[in-house]
Design a protein around this ligand. Structure first.
Ligand SMILES: *Cc1c(COP(=O)(O)O)cnc(C)c1O
Length: 357
């Protein structure tokens, strides 16, 4: 067996320990004689798995008791609609911060539901920084931002302080560091970056904000109804919840979010220190707002992109091509990417520079 270093932005690498445990348990989960995929979601085995997943996630993030934790079908893109459906609470207006491709998508979707005001944007510098001065309307239902722009590689390293409920799309840095949940009204994340299989999202929401979904909201998309049903109003994405549960256990065993943050700092530092030491490669993001998870960089000439990617693949490193909207390269280095992947990447970049610089 050989595992490749997969730098994809998502679906992304999962911890090898988690995948191999899931493999061991595939045919017979804990003597039940069946796979988790085959279990009734109303049976005691699966209810135990789901309850443990929620308990471990609450512990990892120190989620306060007045917050609901939901495991919902559908990617983070579905939340772009589900958030306004649930959180407008009759107010008809919501504020958004525009910092790149993902926040722009959220804004576009929200416009079908309400009056949208842009509270801050980094468009003036091509979305290469995280704006700190926001002008949210005091009567808006909430202010939404993308706390890590996966494509642009821009991360808010601290949650901004605002007077109205703060909503974050944290998809691509969820569980990469400790966060203070009480600063948020709602935080959501698609699973395929740091948690598990694509197609599921985790939503953490303050309980006073739910229960006023807009008329016409499908019941399975109503946070309150899902919270009352422990995210099992209908059949939940049960296998995805099981994999997420294994990932939470993996994180706890290695020392929790403080430890994974320490590793993520060390990993991203290896790459950024090298980028700063050379003029061959460049990264456009303001230093203080650089993402620890997604590192875009360009070569001096786009003609070198193909040879760079080919050489990387020959050395067991794949999915380094940047998003089509920005070009160049992007290394996504989520929790499950080992530091050896970064060491190999930097070593290769150095060698490539020597040959072509
Ligand atoms: C990946 C991603 C999404 C979209 O996830 P889907 O599962 O494709 O809907 C949304 N926001 C951010 C920040 C992402 O990284």
């Amino acid at each position: 067996m050989s595992r490749i270093f997969n730098f994809s932005a998502g679906p992304a690498m999962l911890p090898a320990e988690v995948l191999s445990r899931a493999g061991d348990e595939m045919l017979d989960w804990h003597g039940s004689g069946m796979s988790v995929m085959e279990m009734s979601h109303r049976g005691s085995e699966f209810i135990g798995i789901a309850a443990q997943a929620e308990k471990d996630l609450r512990e990892l993030l120190a989620v306060p008791a007045n917050y609901k934790v939901l495991f919902l079908a559908g990617g983070a893109t579905l939340q772009f609609a589900q958030v306004p459906m649930n959180l407008l609470r009759g107010k008809g207006k919501a504020d958004y911060v525009a910092t790149g491709e993902w926040s722009k998508k959220a804004i576009k979707e929200a416009k079908s539901y309400c009056d949208v005001h842009i509270a801050a944007t980094s468009e003036d510098r091509k979305f290469t920084y995280a704006p700190k001065q926001w002008h949210e309307r005091p009567d808006a239902a909430y202010v939404h931002y993308c706390s890590n722009e996966t494509i642009g590689g821009v991360e808010f390293h601290a949650a901004p302080k605002v007077e109205i409920p703060l909503v974050a799309d944290a998809s691509s840095h969820f569980l990469s560091r400790p966060i203070e949940i009480s600063k948020f009204g709602l935080i959501y994340a698609g699973a395929q970056k740091n948690v598990g299989p694509a197609g599921m999202s985790i939503v953490i929401v303050r309980d006073d904000l739910i229960g006023q979904a807009a008329k016409g909201t499908p019941s399975v998309m109503d946070y309150k109804l899902q919270a009352e049903a422990d995210s099992m109003l209908n059949t939940p994405p049960s296998y995805s919840i099981y994999i997420a549960a294994l990932v939470f256990k993996w994180l706890k065993a290695l020392g929790g979010l403080a430890e994974i943050e320490r590793r993520n700092v060390a990993k991203s530092k290896l790459l950024y220190d090298y980028l700063d030491s050379t003029r061959f490669y460049s990264n456009p993001v303001a230093k203080e707002d650089r993402s620890r998870m997604n590192v875009p960089f360009t070569l001096p000439d786009a003609k070198l992109d193909e040879p760079f990617l080919k050489g990387a693949a020959e050395r067991g490193m794949v999915q380094l091509k940047g998003h089509r909207s920005v070009g160049g390269m992007r290394a996504s280095i989520y929790n499950a990417m080992p530091i050896e992947g970064l060491q190999r990447l930097v070593e290769y970049m150095r060698e490539f520079e020597k040959r072509h610089g």
